[in-house]
Design a binder for this molecule. Structure first.
Ligand code: GCW
Length: 676
């Protein structure tokens, strides 16, 4: 047993004897026609994978004629393959691959080394999934260029909002000691197409730029490079003061500009393929250009100018909110950034969280998607689950990713989904990308909660192709992780599929948000807290009173709605027609108001809280039925978490309903029909 350490890369022998026999006969020899560090990784991975999946040892041969599998570059030599010959534009993009069966041989070809590596991992998955290889014909290119993880890992080993133990980066022992985990980490990421990582927290420490730390970072970059992964670091805006001993960090000060130029040059000397800086500035107390009366654009451009000669990029986060009491925190990022569109250098990307508040179980899309169009806008998704049960609850995030990515922004006419905005096709952006806040830690299975591995996997898939379907991802992950037994696959997929909606219902149904306990953000806390700032207490967000519940963001309230395209705003602006999942996000609704379901708001709230908790009980029962079909270790691991989740879903339900009942003064009828 490995406690789940192997993730989805479990190359155990193919279980179906017929399929195994077929693979054995057709995959005996490989010709590797290429070279380079990443190509070599692809070679090793393919051999390692095949030697696990098959009983025979795969032989390497030097000529195509002798080979069953040919690994190389897409090019004219292979124009006899339909995937090469056809005018598929994807075949010319960077990092693309094709896999095709032709006259008894299998071809795995890439446009570049990374493409080959991704093709190899895809092919191995194809075999793990026990799919036929005869007529295999796959052609893929990533839709987004930067597919990135953001670690909120501090240099002292703690992880902000991390629920899987401590940071896997052992800064103390780097650069000499290279933990095997770093390699396994790079490999797991490469297997799902992730090509960049920022290893330090956005609440950054300027120490990372000290020479000894740069050596440590360079050692990590060396480990990641053969897997096609670029290293990024987070930059603390005040570093010139803290590290450079300058009196200011003002972006207009020539000494400050010089400091960043020199620091960046030093970085590239140590890490020639360094990706760039990820920055959180003027948000939650972090230093930034506004302290000097400068804008986000002026701050970002300072770093962009330092990086430009080396081809690096600045990723500037739009997650900002001020210390002053805001009218509506949901509006601030749009207000600050829209005015700056067009003022950023070419090598700046703005990274926007999926929703306008902060990684809530469910949020409408962030209004900046599609609105900001002269600047490349990047998605920031959460993979860790700060407000979604953290390391304890089973909540498949893929459905949330899909819901957001498939939402229509209407910014370029109908069907301009967030996915299309991100891939640059609507905005003509050259830089495109997605970031996921990592859920990885020192826990033996990487993510603490075993099912959280599925979120890491799904994130990679969505970054590769934002039009991916969660249902496919769930089934694939289930098979790769737990094998092919039908009931197991069905149950695992269905747990992932039902869990997101269940969580939204037992935590924040009908558009409620940010009613978690203050600070830790785990359990329920809709009541007034002792926190000093108005927007740090839940009552700010739910606005419960004797009249009703919900945050009025229409014209009669904060009018955050006006930040959306009028066609999207029109969907939400009317209380009668606003989709239920967003009703209390945009409206203050009277308790006895009759909703489209025929229930009063109060009864709908009761129903959804009960339904959410009920689904978790069913999930637990379904899992229990797998006893004996899943190895005991993982079976117990998941069961214990589900038991906690069942208890806590009821805690959420009861705490929130009892709290809101003080305002609604309405009963839960004794004879009401509880959801099944
Ligand atoms: O959700 C909030 C978290 C902070 C986090 C911040 C951010 C890294 O509570 O812990 O800080 O978001 O995204 O910057």
């Amino acid at each position: 047993a490995d406690d789940g350490y192997r993730l989805w890369l479990r190359y155990d022998q193919i279980s179906d004897p017929e399929i195994l026999e077929n693979y054995q006969a057709n995959l005996r020899t490989i010709a590797f026609l290429g070279e380079g560090e990443i190509f070599k990784t692809a070679e090793n991975e393919l051999l390692k994978g095949l030697n696990g999946l098959l009983t025979q040892k795969t032989q390497t041969v030097s000529t195509q004629t002798e080979a069953d599998i040919i690994v190389g570059s897409i090019g004219e030599d292979f124009s006899f393959l339909s995937t090469v010959a056809d005018e598929n534009p994807d075949n010319k993009k960077e990092e693309a691959f094709i896999i095709e069966g032709f006259e008894g041989k299998t071809y795995i070809l890439g446009t570049d080394e990374r493409g080959v590596l991704y093709g190899v991992f895809h092919f191995l998955r194809h075999l793990q999934l026990q799919k036929p290889i005869e007529d295999i014909r796959i052609s893929q290119a990533p839709k987004l260029k930067l597919r990135m993880l953001n670690h909120w890992d501090n240099l002292d080993g703690t992880v902000e909002r991390g629920y899987a133990g401590f940071s896997i980066w052992n800064w103390h022992q780097l650069p000499e000691f290279i933990d095997k985990r770093y390699i396994e980490y790079a490999r797991a990421n490469a297997s799902i197409g992730i090509n960049a990582t920022a290893v330090t927290n956005v609440n950054a420490n300027s120490l990372i730029f000290r020479e000894d730390y740069l050596e440590k970072a360079a050692a990590l970059a060396d480990v990641f490079r053969p897997y096609g992964i670029k290293l990024f670091l987070t930059a603390r805006f005040s570093s010139p003061i803290e590290l450079g001993k300058l009196a200011t960090a003002d972006p207009m000060d020539p000494k400050v500009q010089q400091w960043w130029k020199e620091k960046t040059a030093e970085l590239y000397e140590k890490i020639p393929d360094f990706g760039g800086f990820l920055v959180k500035a003027n948000s939650e107390g972090q230093p930034g250009p506004q302290e000097y009366g400068r804008t986000h654009a002026e701050g970002a451009n300072l770093l962009a100018d330092a990086l430009a000669p080396f081809g690096g990029v600045v990723i500037w986060r739009a997650f900002v909110y001020s210390e002053e009491e805001p009218v509506d925190r949901a509006k601030q990022a749009y207000d600050e950034f829209m005015a700056l569109d067009g003022q950023f250098r070419e090598n700046v990307m703005v990274q926007v969280k999926n929703g306008p508040i902060d990684f809530q179980p469910r949020e409408p899309i962030h209004p900046l998607f599609g609105a900001m169009r002269k600047t490349p806008v990047m998605m920031e998704f959460q993979v860790t689950k700060e407000y979604l049960g953290q390391g304890t609850h089973l909540v498949g995030l893929s459905n949330m990713y899909e819901e957001i990515l498939q939402t229509d922004t209407y910014q370029f006419g109908e069907n301009s989904t967030v996915a299309k905005v991100l891939d640059g096709s609507l905005t003509n952006q050259k830089l495109t990308g997605m970031a996921g806040v990592s859920n990885i830690g020192t826990s033996r299975n990487w993510t603490g909660n075993l099912f959280a591995q599925a979120d890491w996997f799904a994130y990679g898939k969505m970054a590769w192709n934002p039009n991916s379907k969660s249902d496919d991802i769930f089934e694939e992950w289930a098979k790769l992780t737990f094998g092919h037994e039908e009931q197991v696959v069905q149950t695992v997929s269905s747990l992932l599929d039902r869990s997101y909606e269940a969580c939204v219902k037992y935590m924040t149904p009908i558009g409620l948000h940010h009613i978690m306990g203050p600070g830790h953000h785990f359990g329920p806390g809709p009541w007034v807290s002792e926190m000093s700032r108005a927007d740090w207490t839940s009552v700010y967000y739910h606005k419960a009173d004797s009249e009703g519940l919900g945050f009025d963001r229409t014209v009669t309230g904060s009018n955050a709605l006006e930040q959306y395209h009028p066609m999207l705003a029109a969907k939400y602006e009317n209380m009668e027609t606003c989709p239920l999942p967003f009703l209390l996000w945009f409206h203050h609704v009277p308790w006895d108001h009759e909703l489209s379901t025929g229930n009063s708001l109060w009864m709908q709230l009761v129903r959804e809280y009960y339904e959410g908790a009920e689904i978790v009980s069913h999930m637990k029962e379904d899992w229990e039925n797998l006893q004996g079909m899943v190895d005991e270790e993982r079976f117990e691991h998941v069961l214990m978490h589900l038991e906690i989740q069942e208890k806590e879903a009821k805690w959420w339900r009861d705490a929130c309903l009892l709290y809101f009942q003080q305002f609604s003064k309405m009963e839960i009828p004794a004879d009401w029909e509880q959801p099944e």
